[in-house]
Ligand binder design. Structure first.
Ligand SMILES: [Fe+2]
Ligand SMILES: [Fe+2]
Length: 268
């Protein structure tokens, strides 16, 4: 029997406020599995969308506007992270163990909370969601054809992993400003994101073993990274080896990422 379409779907919903109100019940429905969720080509938005390269210049962090813009960019990342996690839950996790699905929901709900923290601080600074355009660059990195292993590499280990490298630098820049509140929001997010990347690292190894019988997950990581890299955003950020290790990266995986980074630098 065909399952009915879910009556509320955060991927189709355009309002960010309604997405946040609905995310918990959507995750619950997805876990129960009695309805299906349509995955649109692009997720619904209530603000202007543009290419990453078309985003307006960022004001400096000595102004409230600069802080609000930083948080707006971060909110856009958190929103896409929430949607990408939900997309994996409804597209790819049916065969995965219940513990994976439960942990994925925890990650999704963390992203929702991070998004709320950003939106609240933007308002406190006297600005609002939608004041600047946003991109859908993260959403566009995944495809319907991805395997669960590819999704873990793309979303949790590459995209979220790149966020770990960047957050250290942002926190240092914020520590030199007089405007309060933003540093706390960024600090909470930076700390919790390590857990999200670790979730990706641990399950990547687990699925490598159980799904493919592979004894060398580092080799699989290297292979998948190179095959999906052409569709990922170019990151020139210096890798933070210490945080990467905390987030479950092996020395060999870090060196695969460094090789790719240096390769793109030499072509830049
Ligand atoms: Fe997050
Ligand atoms: Fe995350």
């Amino acid at each position: 029997m065909n399952k009915a379409q879910a009556s509320n779907n955060i991927l189709l919903q355009t309002s960010v406020i309604l997405k946040l109100e609905l995310i918990e019940s959507c995750c619950h429905e997805a876990l129960v599995g009695q309805v299906t969720f349509e995955v649109p080509t692009l997720p619904g938005r209530d603000i202007q969308i543009c290419a990453m390269s078309q985003l307006p210049p960022k004001p400096g962090l000595s102004t409230k506007e600069g802080h609000a813009r930083l948080l707006h960019d971060l909110a856009n990342i958190e929103l896409q992270a929430m949607e990408l996690g939900f997309r994996t839950l409804v597209e790819l996790s049916e065969e995965a163990p219940e513990s994976f699905r439960q942990q994925l929901v925890e990650v999704i709900l963390d992203e929702a909370r991070h998004l709320k923290l950003c939106l609240r601080q933007i308002e406190r600074l006297g600005h609002s969601w939608g004041e600047w355009p946003s991109h859908l660059g993260l959403w566009s990195c995944v495809s319907l054809e991805d395997s669960l292993l590819e999704r873990l590499v793309i979303v949790h280990r590459y995209l979220e992993g790149s966020g770990l490298d960047a957050s250290d630098k942002i926190q240092r820049r914020l520590s030199g400003t007089q405007i309060v509140g933003t540093d706390k929001v960024v600090g909470v997010i930076a700390e919790e994101e390590v857990g999200h990347v670790l979730f990706g690292s641990n399950w990547f190894r687990e699925f490598c073993k159980s799904e493919t019988g592979e004894t060398d997950p580092d080799r699989v990581f290297n292979e998948i990274l190179r095959s999906v890299f052409p569709r990922l955003p170019r990151r020139l950020e210096r890798l933070n080896h210490e945080i990467r290790k905390k987030a479950g990266f092996s020395v060999s995986e870090i060196s695969a990422l460094e090789q790719i980074r240096l390769g793109q630098m030499s072509h830049a």
